[in-house]
Write a protein that binds this ligand. Structure first.
Ligand SMILES: [Mg+2]
Length: 271
């Protein structure tokens, strides 16, 4: 009986110490994660990397793009060669492994960006390879207009080639100039080509009218051009980053993390 009593006491002490230790670990984990500058990105990265809905949305977008391009090409009577213009990041190439890295290391862009681009390991997003092969076979030229810096040209071309994507050459790749705005690069493509379709994950990939606008103004600009979406403009999902987030920060990325977190909460709408 005495032995049983002793065993019971030892068990209680053991279980209590395990509970205390695990609670301590849990609090350490919570503290660490709340210190993570990118904690708010976790859901969006998971959604892009794991949800079948994200895959379905890419297929849906490129199926629609193929239908629209086919229709536009049949109706086109111009003399210029037809073209499709695409952004690269989160439109053609999936950079979500990069976002995982900065999340895990608690760093901000551009930390690790050079290493990631130069790895040339980015995979094409679902459906883009098939769409671009079809667009090319229908007679369209493919142009990539990206805000990657000129220093990443060779690595970007290498990655596009490794992914088996068409027109992966200097002529069809327009890197970032002095400005982020892509309008002048679209105009230069349009000098010799008729742009029938633009594809991107960011409104700046489509038209100048969206550039530098506030959260409210962006919504109004989209409303004013609503008929173009799903026709001339094909939008892909990017819940991880983009002008939608920059607009929340008033386009000032140098703001403190505390201020950015406050602004993110400010724009939430409750019932
Ligand atoms: Mg992009």
């Amino acid at each position: 009986m005495k032995r049983h009593y002793l065993a019971l006491i030892i068990s209680v002490i053991f279980i209590t110490s395990v509970l205390i230790t695990s609670c301590k670990n849990a609090s350490i984990t919570i503290e660490a994660s709340s210190d993570n500058k990118n904690e708010f990105m976790l859901g969006s990265i998971l959604w892009i990397q794991t949800s079948a809905e994200a895959r379905a949305m890419y297929y849906q977008s490129f199926n629609l793009a193929a239908m629209r391009l086919d229709k536009s090409l049949k109706e086109y009577r111009g003399l210029k060669k037809p073209a499709v213009v695409l952004d690269i990041d989160e439109t053609v190439l999936d950079n979500s492994p990069y976002d995982v890295r900065i999340y895990r290391e608690n760093k901000l862009y551009p930390e690790f960006w050079k290493e990631w681009i130069e790895s040339t390991a980015a995979k094409p997003v679902p459906g883009v390879s098939e769409f671009l092969a079809a667009a090319k076979s229908l007679g369209a030229d493919i142009f990539y207009i990206t805000n990657r810096k000129e220093e990443f040209r060779d690595a970007t071309l290498k990655n596009l080639s490794a992914a088996g994507l068409p027109n992966a050459d200097d002529k069809h790749l327009l890197m970032r100039t002095k400005e982020n705005n892509k309008q002048s690069r679209r105009i230069s493509v349009a000098e010799e080509h008729e742009i029938l379709l633009l594809i991107g994950d960011n409104l700046g990939d489509f038209d100048d009218v969206f550039q530098g606008k506030s959260v409210v103004e962006r919504a109004a600009a989209v409303d004013s051009l609503r008929d173009l979406f799903g026709k001339r403009f094909i939008v892909l999902p990017n819940p991880m980053y983009g002008d939608w987030l920059d607009a929340i920060y008033d386009y000032e990325y140098s703001k403190s993390e505390k201020k950015k977190a406050e602004l993110r909460k400010k724009y939430l709408t409750d019932f």
